[in-house]
Design a protein around this ligand. Structure first.
Ligand code: CA
Length: 523
């Protein structure tokens, strides 16, 4: 499209008080480029990278998003390429003396009349897909479960047209771990709550080895399968296939047991049908990965607009990624709906600060070589672009890692920024739809939920035309406003949630591994 648009130098500043802007043009701009206002580039500046709008003296603050993203390490004349080596990163904001629930944000007007077609569960939760999940207690069984899943898909699934997929919930946990360490509660409850994700319809079946530390009854104690209990049926004993059972003679006998049990669950899942549900039944997890300087200009602001739409419609939206919000903690505690929620946010940040300290790093360990190549100088700049995904509504709750979200509205789900760990924890929180923005490009996908991927730049959307679901780069080119893109994403979410549209990750069956967050020791 850049061939057909008039080629004119285009830069984007995020706030009137910023003293840097980013170059929007594909391929960047050469030294000597003159902008419409007369500003002349002294250096070649790559796309997405910053240029100085005014002379910035050594030691002076460099502002983007109206936030100090660093101080100048030397004099930077107007029109220079402001790359990471010219910036001193600011100290992390102390967790003392933060503004607590001071923003007093007015709730936005309700948004009525938006629906999707979903699978309603007995506990009131709603699935966007109808999937048989096979829970595993330990990595030892993963190969056997893979084999069984292939056979179930080949032999059984075609007979159950209302069931979308069969997924083995495989992971690296379960044995060789200090299971009584206090922090072991995180991976265990994560696995438990993933088994209860709304997309699995309460049909929990478990494959266990037998001798592992994470015994099935510890993973899923009696009474924790609420989806089935509320059907009014008597509570069923936990359905466990144990590979070390003396009754299993040979590998095929294990496979036959798993396939036989799977059939019972498939029969029940197949009776589920989609029904019209209000948009308030969506539980959307938003995250970004492979970010660039456009993430905070195009895709993330559009996601933020859609977040506001979803919350106005009564839905649940979770944003996460602790190291990418840490530098904006004062904005977030201010936006908390009450001091208790602000305090819960501080508690999660403080826990993570100390977790990083134990590893002798801080939040600046977050940025990747690709982030920097994409124009993000440091974690402060990355964080400001990441937080925008949370829109403008008040933050009404905090979900500790691995716990299930129980509230409507905007929630901070405390997770690391690692794409797979964040996605895994948002699945545990009950996410039934996932939004993922990327600037550098990642083929990310999860088997249990549809993942809508939003490209920050049109160049990426063109090259990865069969991996990216939405091109938010059209905001940078001026073809669409943030509001228009936010509405397009909102409508796409309803279509994908309804099963009317499949995401590219679903089309190609691109599924990243579940990666549990285990801050406890291994043995
Ligand atoms: Ca991420």
């Amino acid at each position: 499209m850049s061939d057909t648009l008039p080629i004119r130098p285009h830069r984007i500043a995020m706030h009137a008080d910023d003293n840097v802007a980013i170059v929007a043009n594909d391929g960047g701009l050469p030294a000597g480029t003159v902008f419409a206002d007369g500003l002349t580039l002294r250096d070649k500046v790559p796309q997405g990278h910053k240029l100085s709008l005014v002379d910035i003296a050594q030691g002076a603050p460099v502002r983007r998003y109206n936030v100090v993203i660093g101080t100048a390490l030397r004099d930077i004349p107007a029109g220079s390429w402001v790359h990471e080596r010219l910036l001193q990163m600011p100290q992390a904001r102390s967790l003392e003396g933060l503004p607590m629930a001071t923003a007093g944000a007015q709730p936005l007007p309700p948004l009525d009349g938006h629906t999707f077609e979903g699978f309603r569960n007995a506990d009131g939760s709603v699935g966007t897909r109808n999937i048989l999940a096979i829970t595993t207690t330990v990595q030892c069984v993963a190969g056997v479960v893979d084999f069984a899943v292939r056979r179930i898909k080949d032999e059984l699934l075609p007979r159950f047209p209302n069931v979308d997929d069969v997924v083995g919930l495989e992971h690296g946990y379960g044995c060789g771990v200090a299971i009584d360490a206090p922090d072991a509660v995180i991976p265990i409850r994560t696995l438990r709550n993933i088994s209860l994700n709304p997309n699995f319809g309460g049909e929990v079946m478990v494959v266990s080895l037998g001798c592992e530390k994470l015994q099935p009854e510890r993973l899923l104690p009696s009474g924790v399968i609420p989806i089935r209990d509320q059907r009014g049926e008597p509570e069923q004993p936990l359905d466990v296939v144990c590979l070390q059972d003396a009754g299993h003679v040979g590998f095929m006998s294990m496979i036959d047991s798993i396939v036989r049990q799977a059939q019972l669950h498939l029969e029940r899942l197949n009776r589920r049908t989609r029904q019209t549900c209000p948009a308030s039944d969506l539980v959307v997890g938003v995250q970004c990965g492979g970010s660039d300087a456009f993430s905070g200009v195009t895709a993330n602001p559009a996601v933020g607009f859609a977040t506001d739409l979803l919350v106005r419609a009564g839905a649940t939206v979770m944003f996460s990624e602790v190291t990418e919000v840490r530098d904006g903690i004062d904005q977030l505690t201010a936006r908390a709906v009450n001091p208790e929620v602000a305090q819960a946010m501080v508690r999660e940040m403080d826990w993570y600060d100390r977790y990083l300290e134990r590893g002798q790093v801080d939040r600046s360990a977050n940025t990747t070589p690709g982030n920097k190549a994409g124009g993000l100088s440091n974690i402060v700049e990355k964080a400001m672009g990441s937080i925008i995904k949370s829109g403008s509504v008040p933050i009404v709750g905090v979900v500790p890692p691995g716990e299930r979200a129980t509230q409507k509205g905007l929630l901070y789900a405390a997770t690391p920024a690692s794409d797979f760990i964040c996605g895994t924890l948002q699945l545990a929180a009950g996410m039934n739809l996932h939004i993922f923005t990327t600037g550098r490009g990642t083929p990310y996908g999860l088997a249990p939920v549809p993942v809508i991927k939003v490209a920050t730049r049109s160049d990426l959307a063109r090259r990865w035309h069969d991996l990216m679901d939405l091109d938010a780069g059209r905001i940078a080119t001026g073809e669409m406003t943030i509001e228009q893109m936010g509405w397009e994403l909102f409508r796409l979410m309803l279509d994908v949630a309804s099963g009317k549209k499949k995401t590219w990750a679903e089309h190609w069956k691109l599924h990243n591994a579940l990666v549990l967050f285990n801050p406890a020791p291994v043995t």
